[in-house]
Design a protein around this ligand. Structure first.
Ligand code: GAL
Length: 838
C-alpha cells in the first residue's frame, strides 16, 4: 500500500478500515471458537472428548516442561491444566516475578508447541497444597482486608492480579479466541465447599467473581469448580475421586470433571498414599459412561514443592501425588500406560459419545449396560459396581464377564476393547543408583558452622517491641519461616511463683517451637496433627534478677484450605506463663503475655547472610575441623559433589538428617524433615484391593517410616563438575550418610491378558534378562511370580529372552499362537506374567 502525502482524511479512514478488516479476517481464521452445549465443549462447532492433566509449572523446571508435556501427549491427553500461583508472581505488592519456574507464558507456549490445549485456573485462590493457598501474605496484612468475601480491598487486589494475568496472556495471543491453546479458564476454586460461613457477603462475592471474570472478555468459557450455585455463564464442575454422579446446575452445559485425584498428597509424619490404576481407570470410565466428556487428572505430574512453597501446614517437599508421571517426570507404570490405553479407546469413540443417543439398561446386582448410538455405530459400557463379586451377564445374545468394581468398554457393543480392572501395562520398578562419581557416602567431605543465635538467646536483641504477643504472619509477612519472640522477666525469691519447680507453659500455634532461657536451650516441640499445642517444660535455670526468655517460632507451610483459612493464626498465640509449683503442691502462675516482647524475623545465617548462596560474603566462616557436631540443633553443613553421570533424574538422600532446608548451588530444593516418622498403624499388610471406593486413607504404606528421605535435585540445577550442597539443620542430624543417587528403571513386571499385545520397556535402558515368564494361570506377585497349574507348551522365558533381551522395548502378543495352547486352564482368562531386569 502506497501512501501519498496528499491523502485526505476520508481516504486515510477508508484505508484504516480496510486494514482492520483484513486483520480481523486473518485473525478469525486463526481463532479457535470454544463453546458448549449440554453434551460437550465444542471446538469450532464440533463436540469434543477432552482428556486433560494438571501440571503446575513452578513444581518442575522449564527444562523439564517439554518432556513432561510430550509424555502427557503420548499418554493420550488433549490438554494441560494449571493454576496460576499469585504469591510466586507477586511476592511483594506490585513487584512481579515471571522468571524461571514462574514463567507462565513460557509454560503455556510449551503446551501450545506440543499441540495441546490449556486450561488456565487463574483463581487467583488456588488451594493446591501451596503455601497459603497461593495468596501472598502481604494481602492478609493490608488494612481493612477480608479475603474471599465481599470486601473492596480484597476484590480490588484480586481484580488487579486477574487482569494482569489475562492481559499478559492476551498479549501473547494465548486464548483460543486469539488462536492460542487456552480453551477454558477458571475463577476462584471450590468456593462452594466453604462458602456457607461467609453468609450473604460470600454470595455477593461469588456474583462479583462471575461478573469480574466475564468482564475480562477472554472469548472462552469460564469454569467454577464445586460451585453448585455458580452464576451463569460460569460452568460449575466437579472435583473428587469419582464424579460420575455429578450433574451441572445448567442443562445446557456439559458434565466436566476438573480434578480427578490420581492419588493424594503427602505430609510430614504421614503415610504414603497409593491409588491403584484399576480404580482411577474405573472412575474415568464411569464418568464417560454417564455422559461426562471432559475430565482432568489432578495431578498428571505432581512434581516438587521447591523452596518454601508448600502449604498445609506440613505438606512434604515431594508433591508426587502418585500421578501418572512421577515427581521426576518418569512414567509411573502401570498407571500411565493403563490410562493411555483407556484414552485411546475413549478417543476412538468421540463421535458416538458426544453425539449418540444414550440408553441405560439396568442388569441388576449393580450392573448396568449403557449404549451410545450414532448413525450406524453403537458403543457400550458395562459397569459392575459390586465391590466383591464378578458378574456374568448376557447382553444381545452374548455372555460378558465383568470383574467386580470395573467397567468394560466395547466400542462396537460386541468386543471388549478395555476393562478397567485388567491391567495389561507393565509395573515398573524404580531403582535409585548411588552416585558413581562419589561411590560411598563417606566420600563427601563436610564443612560446618553454627547458626549464630546468641544475639537473640543471650542479647534479646530484635527489630521492634510491643506489649503484646503478635501473630507471626503479621510480623514476618512470611519472608521467613522463623520469628523470635523475646522478653525479660525479673524474678526474686519473694515472687509468689518462685520455687524449686518452675516451668514454662506456652500455648502456641507455632508449627515448631524452640525455647531458650538465659541463653540456654530448654526444649523444642512441634505440632503433631493439631497445629495448636501447649509447650510445657521444666526450667532449672531461672535466676534471681533479670531472666531472658527467647522463643523461636517456626512455620512449616501456611494453611491453604478451609473457610477463613487465611485467618488461622500462626506463632505464639499465648498465653505464655511461668508456672511455679510450691513444695506444698500449690501452683502459682505468672502470665507474661502482656510483657514487652521484642521481635526479630528470620535467622541470621538463613535470611540475612544467606549462607547457602554461592556468592555469600561469609564463605570463609565455614570450619573444616574434625569436631563437626552431629545431632546438634541450628548447624549448617556444606559439601561439594559431582553429579551422577548421565541424564537420569537426581535425588539427594538426606537420611540421618533432622529437619531443615537444603540448597544446591544456592537454590533451595525445599524443606526436609526425614526424622519425622509416620505412625506405626494403619498400613495393611495385604496387597491393596482396588475394589470399593478409594479415599486417601485406603492402601497407604510406609507406616513407621519417614515420608521423604530423597529430595529431587533437578538436572538444570547442576553443573557437570563441582556443585555445592548446603543444609541448614534445625533439629540436629548426621550428614555422613547423605548421598546423591540417580533414579532409573531397574526392572518391570507385567501380567497381561490373552488377546492383548504386551509392550515391555526399560525406559531408556536395555532389557538385560528375563527373570520369569509364564503363559497360562501364573500365581504370585511381582518379584515372586510362580507358574500355575496350566501353561502353554512353548517355553515363555525362551520366547521372551529372544524377543526382548538387548532391546530397549519389545512387544509380544499374548496369545496361544505365540505360546501354544495352554490346556486345563478351564474358564480362566489366560495371562502372561513376566519379570524383566533392566
Ligand atoms: C481440592 C483443591 C485442590 C487440591 C486438592 C487436593 O479440593 O481444589 O487445589 O488442594 O483438593 O489435592
Amino acid at each position: 500500500m502506497i501512501y501519498s502525502s496528499n491523502m485526505n482524511n476520508h481516504t486515510l479512514f477508508s484505508v484504516l478500515i480496510a486494514i482492520i478488516t483484513i486483520l480481523s479476517v486473518t485473525h478469525s481464521t486463526l481463532a479457535t471458537e470454544v463453546s458448549q452445549d449440554g453434551r460437550a465443549i465444542l471446538i469450532n462447532g464440533e463436540r469434543k472428548i477432552i482428556l486433560s492433566g494438571s501440571i503446575h509449572y513452578p513444581r518442575s523446571t522449564p527444562e523439564m516442561w517439554p518432556d513432561l508435556i510430550k509424555k502427557s501427549k503420548d499418554g493420550g491427553l488433549d490438554a494441560i491444566e494449571t493454576y496460576v500461583f499469585w504469591n510466586s508472581h507477586e511476592p511483594v505488592r506490585r513487584q512481579y516475578d515471571f522468571t524461571g519456574r514462574n514463567n507462565l507464558i513460557r509454560f503455556l507456549k510449551t503446551v501450545e508447541d506440543a499441540g495441546l490445549y490449556a486450561i488456565l485456573r487463574i483463581g487467583p485462590y488456588a488451594c493446591a497444597e501451596w503455601n497459603y493457598g497461593g495468596f501472598p501474605v502481604w494481602l492478609h496484612n493490608m488494612p481493612g482486608i477480608e479475603l474471599r468475601t465481599n470486601n473492596k480491598v480484597f476484590m480490588d487486589e484480586m481484580q488487579n492480579f486477574t487482569t494482569l494475568i489475562v492481559d499478559m496472556v492476551k498479549k501473547e495471543n494465548l486464548f483460543a479466541s486469539q488462536g492460542g491453546p487456552i480453551i477454558l479458564a477458571q475463577i476462584e476454586n471450590e468456593y462452594g465447599n466453604v462458602m456457607a460461613p461467609y453468609g450473604d457477603a460470600g454470595k455477593e462475592y461469588l456474583n462479583w467473581c462471575a461478573k469480574m471474570a466475564v468482564a475480562q472478555n477472554i472469548g472462552v468459557p469460564w469454569l467454577m469448580c464445586q460451585q453448585s450455585d455458580a452464576p451463569q455463564p460460569m460452568i460449575n464442575t466437579c472435583n473428587g475421586w469419582y464424579c460420575h454422579d455429578f450433574t451441572p446446575n445448567n442443562p445446557n452445559v456439559p458434565k466436566i470433571w476438573t480434578e480427578n485425584w490420581t492419588g493424594w498428597f503427602k505430609a510430614w509424619g504421614g503415610k504414603r498414599p497409593y491409588r491403584t490404576s484399576e480404580d482411577v481407570a474405573y472412575a474415568v470410565a464411569r464418568f464417560f459412561q454417564t455422559g461426562g466428556t471432559l475430565q482432568n487428572y489432578y495431578m498428571y505430574h505432581g512434581g516438587t514443592n521447591f523452596g518454601r512453597t508448600t502449604g498445609g501446614p506440613y505438606i512434604s517437599t515431594s508433591y508426587d501425588y502418585d500421578a501418572p508421571l512421577d515427581e521426576y517426570g518418569n512414567l509411573n507404570q502401570p498407571k500411565y500406560g493403563h490410562l493411555k490405553q483407556l484414552h485411546d479407546v475413549l478417543h476412538s469413540m468421540e463421535k458416538v459419545l458426544t453425539y449418540g443417543d444414550i440408553l441405560k439398561t439396568d442388569m441388576g446386582n449393580s450392573v448396568t449396560v449403557t449404549s451410545y448410538k450414532y448413525n450406524n455405530i453403537s458403543s457400550c459400557f458395562i459397569n459392575n459396581d459390586n465391590t466383591s463379586v464378578d458378574a456374568t451377564i448376557t447382553f444381545q445374545g452374548q455372555n460378558f464377564t465383568i470383574p467386580a468394581w470395573s467397567v468394560s468398554i466395547l466400542p462396537d457393543c460386541k468386543n471388549e476393547a478395555y476393562n478397567t480392572a485388567k491391567v495389561n501395562t507393565q509395573t515398573s520398578m524404580k531403582s535409585k543408583i548411588s552416585n558413581e562419581a562419589e561411590q560411598e557416602p563417606s566420600s563427601l567431605s563436610w564443612s560446618w558452622r553454627p547458626e549464630i543465635i546468641s544475639s537473640y538467646v543471650k542479647g534479646g536483641i530484635g527489630e521492634f517491641s510491643a506489649d503484646v504477643l503478635l501473630e507471626q504472619k503479621a510480623v514476618t509477612n512470611d519472608t521467613s519461616d522463623y520469628l523470635w519472640y523475646m522478653t525479660s522477666v525479673n524474678l526474686d525469691d519473694k515472687d509468689p511463683i518462685w520455687s524449686e519447680d518452675m516451668s514454662l507453659q506456652i500455648n502456641t500455634s507455632s508449627h515448631v517451637l524452640h525455647a531458650y532461657v538465659n541463653g540456654k536451650e530448654v526444649a523444642s516441640q512441634y505440632a503433631q496433627g493439631h497445629y495448636h499445642f501447649v509447650f510445657y517444660q521444666k526450667v532449672n535455670h531461672f535466676r534471681k534478677g533479670k531472666n531472658l526468655i527467647s522463643l523461636l517460632s517456626a512455620t512449616v507451610g501456611l494453611q491453604n484450605y478451609g473457610p477463613f483459612f487465611d485467618k488461622t493464626p500462626v506463632g505464639l498465640t499465648g498465653p505464655v506463663k511461668i508456672v511455679g509449683k510450691k513444695s506444698n503442691n500449690e501452683v502459682v502462675t505468672k502470665d507474661l503475655s502482656s510483657e514487652t516482647w521484642t521481635y526479630a524475623t528470620g535467622l541470621q545465617g538463613l535470611d540475612n547472610k544467606k549462607l547457602y548462596s554461592e556468592d555469600s560474603a561469609y564463605a570463609l566462616t565455614w570450619r573444616n575441623d574434625r569436631d563437626m557436631p552431629i545431632n546438634r540443633k541450628m548447624i549448617w553443613y556444606k559439601t561439594t559433589f559431582e553429579p551422577p553421570l548421565g541424564t537420569d533424574p537426581v535425588v539427594v538422600d538426606l537420611s540421618g538428617m533432622g529437619k531443615g532446608e537444603a540448597f544446591v548451588n544456592g537454590m533451595s530444593i525445599g524443606r526436609y524433615w526425614p526424622s519425622y516418622l509416620a505412625g506405626k498403624d494403619g498400613c495393611s499388610l495385604n496387597a491393596c484391593n482396588y475394589r470399593g471406593r478409594y479415599d486417601n486413607n485406603k492402601c497407604v504404606s510406609n507406616c513407621g517410616k519417614s515420608i521423604q528421605t530423597e529430595y529431587h535435585v533437578p538436572r538444570s540445577f547442576l553443573r557437570d563438575d563441582v556443585n555445592s550442597l548446603v543444609l541448614f539443620e534445625e533439629f540436629g542430624g548426621n550428614p555422613t550418610q547423605v548421598n546423591f543417587k540417580s533414579v532409573r528403571t531397574g526392572g518391570a513386571c507385567a501380567n497381561a491378558y490373552e488377546g492383548n499385545t504386551l509392550k515391555l520397556s526399560c525406559e531408556g535402558r536395555y532389557i538385560s534378562a528375563i527373570n520369569f515368564a509364564s503363559f497360562g494361570n501364573p500365581t504370585g506377585v511381582c518379584g515372586s511370580f510362580q507358574k500355575g497349574l496350566c501353561q502353554g507348551p512353548n517355553d515363555a522365558k525362551t520366547i521372551l529372552t529372544k524377543t526382548c533381551v538387548g532391546k530397549e522395548t519389545c512387544s509380544v502378543d499374548v496369545s496361544e499362537e505365540v505360546f501354544g495352547a495352554a490346556s486345563s486352564c478351564g474358564d480362566e482368562i489366560k495371562r502372561l506374567a513376566v519379570e524383566i531386569v533392566c
